[in-house]
Design a protein around this ligand. Sequence first.
Ligand SMILES: NC(=O)c1ccc[n+]([C@@H]2O[C@H](COP(=O)([O-])OP(=O)(O)OC[C@H]3O[C@@H](n4cnc5c(N)ncnc54)[C@H](O)[C@@H]3O)[C@@H](O)[C@H]2O)c1
Ligand SMILES: [Zn+2]
Ligand SMILES: [Zn+2]
Length: 343
Amino acid sequence: MKTLILETPGRIAAADTPEPGRPGAGEALVRVHRVGVCGTDIHAFNGKQPFFNYPRILGHELGVEVVAVGSGVANVKVGDRCAVEPYLNCGKCIACRRGKPNCCTDLKVLGVHTDGGHRERILLPAAKLHPSAKLTLDQLALVETLGIGAHAVERATLDAGETVAVIGVGPIGLAVIQFALAAGTRVIVIDVNEGRLAFCRDRLGIATADLIDARSADVVAKLKELTNGDLPTAVFDATGNPKSMAAAFEYPAHGGKLIFVGLFPGDVTFNDPNFHRRELTLFASRNARSADFPRILQLIEEGKVDTTPWITHRAPLANVPALFESWTKPEAGVLKAMIELTD
Ligand SMILES: NC(=O)c1ccc[n+]([C@@H]2O[C@H](COP(=O)([O-])OP(=O)(O)OC[C@H]3O[C@@H](n4cnc5c(N)ncnc54)[C@H](O)[C@@H]3O)[C@@H](O)[C@H]2O)c1
Ligand SMILES: [Zn+2]
Ligand SMILES: [Zn+2]
């Protein structure tokens, strides 16, 4: 079957790989229809993804259809279209035992630590499939990204009427905004990219006054001005930029929360008196929980979340080896590229 293999940084090759075989107990064989391209894939392509092994079949944002199921599978049947929860956890470690499989000590993310969905068919644990009869294949492939935002917002336990700030509005920051809005908060958006700020205004209904261009503004002064001097009670950083993450300790209100959704391989330092005086709470947010998936499917089905405007680029699988590098360039303006394996 047709497969793309990231052989080394910078080189994706088309290959013919063996069929995955019949599903065993608890497994499903799925046909891959759509694969979203994520920052993680781009870091892997550029050789900047820590602990990444080559060769690797990328692809963890999947819209799939069930082709066959093994014994004991009850949550999906042949023909179901599903979103995929790509977090393969051990089920035994301290995090798994305490209901936090998203940060399993032995977590393997499909398409990152194990081979993913840049291929026609793949065997998956059926429990990781989340079906929807209503969503389009594109929408199904974008559920995983939304899950990152849903989980970060869940970590923050927001109250309706709170004012929050989201720094960095790539797909991850956009996902955070969707769920912060769904929680009834006012969202102030901070970025250094005019196009992305405009996208938040035009597509998510963020007020023009609540958009901050961090290149030109004194962010703390602007946040105070927008909140009667209070500052936002929760601040999400989704930049993956260490300078932004360090600066973000200045942004939350006294008693507020700082949630790191973006990540980078290095140290973040902060001023302890500033942290203590405000009695800040700092959260890391990693991946998403299983329960987030059906909740997200429902929100999209009800029209409360719409991710289709995120898709800026599309290509069939066969064109990806030639196109992928162009998608990694900032001037291409990719928000979300979608790979199509079928019509
Ligand atoms: N928590 C998780 O499980 C999880 C999952 C996937 C990705 N991530 C991380 O989330 C982060 C964002 O991912 P993405 O795909 O949306 O990335 P992206 O590069 O598309 O978006 C980042 C945004 O941050 C903005 N930005 C950069 N520096 C800034 C600064 N100093 N001030 C304000 N804005 C700034 C950029 O203009 C851009 O719009 C990355 O670090 C990624 O690794 C986390
Ligand atoms: Zn991703
Ligand atoms: Zn575990």
